[in-house]
Write a protein that binds this ligand. Structure first.
Ligand SMILES: Cc1cc2nc3c(=O)[nH]c(=O)nc-3n(C[C@H](O)[C@H](O)[C@H](O)COP(=O)(O)OP(=O)(O)OC[C@H]3O[C@@H](n4cnc5c(N)ncnc54)[C@H](O)[C@@H]3O)c2cc1C
Length: 452
């Protein structure tokens, strides 16, 4: 086996992957197309450039899933976290980063590493030989996107996301909502009850449409074309086309009977669909939106049954290249059909700087371990890292797969811990304690494997 690891893309994921593999003793080549070939969002030729906000979000490793991911990456001596910590800006409980010194330092440290070489240039094919990690991000170059599509099938690489908001199951009011698939379709009881339905009266529907039309919206970034299709229009755009459009589209009330009040015929129905195998997350069907986050929570809590909803993630539509990881990748981030190729970062269907760097960290370790002849065990599902990997490589519904942030809805529930809002603090602490122990165990096992 060729001993060099090739990493395509020197963003958050590629930089972290390179560092991890090099520190494990593997020679790495980073192939980065910038500055020769640019993107509409990057400004520099630096590695690990932060393209928009300068926030790594919450740094709370006891009560927040992304804070826990920070903790796990620090425990694994991650370059991205260590550098972010050195260039931290005051931001309360969040980790804000001084972006230019951050990416300049990552660039300098990788270029100075004796095992790392940075090669300028765009990669446009999936190589048949050698060990490769593709970490080309949401703005993967067009030529490479075509090559990936040729390998995976066109329908398994998306160029835009269309993210519907995702609600924690335990924050849905089941006294209002009922489980039923339209026209009771399905072979099994589970299929016939696959959707949760939120009924609306006419006044509730009218008020909801008013709120949608009035809500603050975000614009596409400069350079992003609004090339989304009619099949995934934002709900507010559908509402602008006519007040009844939604009632004839994703909110149509037909084929459904309110299990709590069979005599009441709802005027409109919002449907929620299970988003993960654990059944802890539900997405609001067809509700992709460009509303601002604050407006989304206000508007979506107007839906009967969701008055107290907690959101694992809010909706959005962005230019975003990502593969259908649940069908394409194995649990070591390898392309099932071409195991010499791994994917990492946002192109795998995670979202955010931290999640992308985390997927780079783990892909770098897996690839290096394989090159060194000491393959690693899968990452425990109870860690933040493992919960994310498990979600994208199998836990998520492949048919409706959309990019995901790390959140506690991806974690296996813990028995004996109080549910609902009241138990949240204890529950999150229990998740983070369990995750830390599992991650330390996995890292220790990895060290043992390396010494063997
Ligand atoms: C407009 C925009 C705004 C965003 N805002 C935020 C935000 O505020 N907060 C947040 O957390 N996330 C944001 N994101 C998502 C963000 O891009 C990711 O969180 C993070 O940068 C992804 O890391 P990555 O390593 O997967 O991709 P990137 O950091 O984008 O790195 C990919 C690298 O691959 C290179 N590349 C692409 N194709 C090729 C090729 N064929 N050959 C060689 N090199 C190639 C690119 O030049 C790039 O350097 C935003 C994304 C976009 C597009």
């Amino acid at each position: 086996m060729e001993k060099t690891l090739h990493i395509v893309g020197g963003g958050m994921a590629g930089s972290e992957a390179a560092w991890q593999a090099a520190e494990m003793g593997v020679d790495v080549v980073i192939h980065e197309m910038r500055p020769q070939v640019g993107t509409f969002a990057h400004r520099t030729g630096n590695l690990a450039e932060m393209v928009c906000s300068n926030s790594f979000r919450s740094d709370d490793d006891e009560q927040n899933a992304v804070g826990l991911l920070h903790w796990e990456m620090r425990a694994a001596h991650g370059l991205v976290m260590a550098t972010a910590d050195r260039h931290r800006l005051p931001a309360g409980g969040a980790l804000a980063v001084d972006r230019d010194p951050f990416s300049e330092e990552i660039t300098a440290r990788l270029r100075a590493h004796p095992r790392v070489r940075v090669e300028a240039g765009e990669i446009t094919e999936l190589p048949t030989e050698g060990q490769w990690i593709f970490a080309t991000g949401p703005l993967t170059s067009t030529a490479l996107g075509r090559a990936i599509q040729a390998e995976t099938g066109a329908e398994r690489l998306a160029f835009f996301d269309a993210i519907a908001p995702i609600v924690y199951a335990d924050s849905i009011d089941m006294d209002v909502v009922w489980a039923q698939s339209r026209y009771d379709k399905g072979e099994t009881e589970a299929e016939r009850k696959a959707y949760l339905n939120c009924p609306m009266t006419k006044p509730q529907y009218e008020a909801f449409i008013d709120a949608l039309l009035a809500a603050d919206k975000t614009e596409f970034h400069e350079g992003e074309t609004a090339g989304y299709f009619d099949g995934c229009l934002p709900i507010e755009v559908m509402a602008e086309r006519g007040r009844e459009t939604l009632r004839h589209g994703p909110m149509k009330p037909v084929g459904l009977t309110n299990a709590h009040r069979p005599e009441d015929k709802p005027y409109a129905v919002v449907q929620l669909r299970r988003d993960n195998a654990l059944g802890t997350l539900f997405n609001i069907v067809g509700f992709q939106t460009k509303m601002k986050y604050g407006a989304q929570t206000d508007v979506f809590r107007m839906i009967p049954g969701l008055e107290n909803a907690s959101f694992a993630r809010l909706g959005g539509i962005h230019r975003n290249t990502f593969i259908n990881s649940p069908t394409l990748l194995d649990d070591r981030m390898r392309l099932r059909a071409r195991p010499n190729i791994r994917f990492a970062g946002q192109v795998t269907g995670v979202e955010g700087y931290v999640e992308s760097a985390a997927m780079g960290l783990i892909a770098g370790r897996f690839a290096a371990a394989e090159i060194l002849g000491r393959p690693l065990p899968p990452v425990p599902q109870d860690t933040a890292m493992g919960a994310l990997i498990h979600h994208i490589t199998g836990g998520a519904e492949a048919k409706t797969f959309q990019p995901m942030n790390v959140n506690f809805g991806l974690f296996r529930p813990i028995e004996d811990v109080r549910g609902g809002r009241r138990g949240r603090k204890d529950r999150y602490k229990a998740y983070t304690d369990r995750a830390k122990a599992a991650w330390q165990g996995w890292l220790a096992g990895e060290t043992v494997a390396a010494l063997a």
